[in-house]
Structure formats: C-alpha cells, structure tokens
Design a protein around this ligand. Structure first.
Ligand SMILES: NC(=O)CC[C@H](N)C(=O)O
Length: 304
C-alpha cells in the first residue's frame, strides 16, 4: 500500500514503548475480566489492500461504537424525524451525564451520548417487529459476516449494574421522550452495547461511512446526505467530552467505546480500527488514541 508512508509495525512499536496508564472499564463487571494487554489495529483502505497488526481478529465488546449503527438504522427507518427527538450538538459532558438532559427537558444533546442512544433504541423498538434480531441482522449485513453476535453475559452484567442508564431512561420517560417501557428499551440498549466484533469486522461495518453509504458488497444502505451527517456527528460528538481533543490530535470522524475500541475514518480513503482495553479518565482507549494520532500525523491523512 504505497499511499501510506507509515507501517502499522512502526505504530505498534511506538505504542509498546508507552506506559499504559489506562484502566479497563470495571463499572460493567464483565468487562473488567478483559486482559488490558490486548492491542490490535486494522486498516481497510477501501481497495482490498488491508493491513493489520496484533489482536485485530479477537472479538471485543463494541459498547458505544454501536450507537453509530443504531443511529444509521433509525435514519433508514424514519429519516429526519429522528431530529424531532434529539439535537446534534456536542455535550461537553461525560457520556452518561444527566444534568443537561434535565435542564434541556428530555431532549438529548446528540445520538452518541447515552441519553440520545436510548431514544434511538426506543425508535428501533417502536419501528421493528423483532428489534434485537433485526438490528443484529442489519449489522451482519453491512459487515457481510453472519457470525456476529451479542454477548449475553455482558448484556446481563450491564443490566444488573446499569443504574445510571435506568435513571436516564426514566428521566426521558418523565419528559415524554420515551414511547416504550423502560425495561424493553434498556434491554435493547444493553444488547446493542454487548455486540462483540473484531477490529476487522468493525472496519468492514464502518466501510459504508467511508464509501458514500455503500457497504463492501456495494449495496446502498444510506444516502450520501445521511452519511455526511453521521460523519459530522462522529467528529463533533464521538468522544464525549474529549471530542475536541480527538479532532485536535487525530483529525478524523470516529467513535469510541468503553470496551477499548475506536473506529475512525477518512471518507473515500480508509477506515481504521484500534483496540486497547485500557481507558483514559474520559472513557476512551488510552493507547488507541495515541496510535491514531501517530497514524494521521505520520501519513498526513486527516480531514484537515
Ligand atoms: N461509552 C460507552 O461505551 C458506554 C456504553 C455503556 N454500555 C454504557 O451505557 O455505559
């Protein structure tokens, strides 16, 4: 791949020399069992000349990365009506904060924080006959991989400790921005977060955001306008109160999850996925962010 002056080996070596001060998420007990030493990168350059290194083929919990996929499904189903129930502004707050939601009367700042994603889950529960299975099928279809599944243990673990998400859903309900019952919506939400995918599968799933809405099989799933808007939301809101930092250091639209994964992409050029479970205090992968900073700095490829 002559386009990219940096090899993933170089980035791997750079990252291996950094002390990983990140901590594995433990507020979802099942995630605390993950070995922090895992590290993987998968680079899909849209031309079939992929590169990878490390643990790129080990499934991990995608967590909040799933919020981009549920948003996509909701836009497919009800289009711009999504924006009647939430905004598209960065929150500048942690992913699970409640204060803004109360102040702004149950209208979440954006679909990539928990409150917004719970409203999106409500939309999918209303619109789909068999929400969990139909959403899973959507993810399998865009990834072109029928093996992707939910990890039921992770979903249950989060349900048992999901007090803040229950508070969020109840607050949304009290403001009339949740149509279905709290249990049903959160059951869907905990399952979407408990999707397990590898770096490679995630890069294949996010291919459509770099490829004008068309997946790897060249099937159109989203319009160009929808993809433009989703990428804009990833850039401004994909890293919660560190969205500015990610744009500053890396300069790509992307999304993180507390499983330690980060997906980032440059439209019409590539999708890159990193996995390193140690999280910084804002809940984003500590080494993943540094690997991506090195990648865009060394290749000179960012949206800026
Ligand atoms: N940032 C994340 O990945 C958070 C997702 C997690 N399932 C939660 O709701 O707390």
């Amino acid at each position: 791949m002559q386009d990219y002056r940096v090899s993933l080996e170089e980035i791997h070596t750079y990252v291996k020399n950094i002390e990983d001060t990140g901590k594995v998420a433990s507020y979802i007990p099942e995630l605390a069992n993950v070995n922090k030493a895992h590290f993987g990168i998968y680079l899909n350059n849209l031309k079939g000349e992929d590169q990878h290194i490390g643990d790129y083929n080990i499934p991990f919990s995608v967590q909040s990365i799933s919020k981009v996929l549920t948003l996509s499904k909701a836009l497919q189903l009800i289009g711009t009506d999504v924006w009647k129930r939430m905004d598209v502004e960065p929150s500048g707050d942690p992913f699970n904060h409640l204060s803004l939601l109360e102040l702004e009367e149950g209208i979440p700042r954006n679909p990539l924080i928990n409150a917004g994603a719970i409203v999106i889950a409500d939309i999918l529960v209303s619109e789909l006959k068999d929400p969990k299975n139909e959403f899973l099928q959507f993810v399998r279809d865009i990834t072109n991989d029928q093996t992707i599944a939910f990890n039921e243990k992770v979903a249950l673990s989060e349900k048992n400790t999901g007090f803040v998400n229950y508070a969020t859903a109840n607050l949304l309900k009290s403001f009339g921005n949740l149509k279905n019952d709290v249990e049903t919506v959160l059951d869907f939400y905990f399952h979407q977060c408990a999707l397990e995918m590898t770096c490679k599968q995630l890069s294949n799933a996010f291919y459509l955001f770099a490829n004008r809405g068309n997946c790897m099989r060249d099937v159109a799933h989203l319009s160009l306008t929808q993809v433009k808007r989703i990428n804009a939301i990833m850039l401004t809101c994909g890293f919660y109160d560190e969205a500015g930092e990610f744009a500053f250091e890396v300069g790509l639209p992307g999304k993180s999850g507390v499983g330690g994964g980060i997906v980032a992409l440059l439209p019409n050029e590539f999708v890159i996925v990193t996995w390193s479970p140690g999280l910084n205090p804002k809940g984003n992968s500590y080494l993943g962010m540094q690997a991506l900073e090195q990648f865009t700095t060394k290749t000179g490829k960012s949206i800026f």
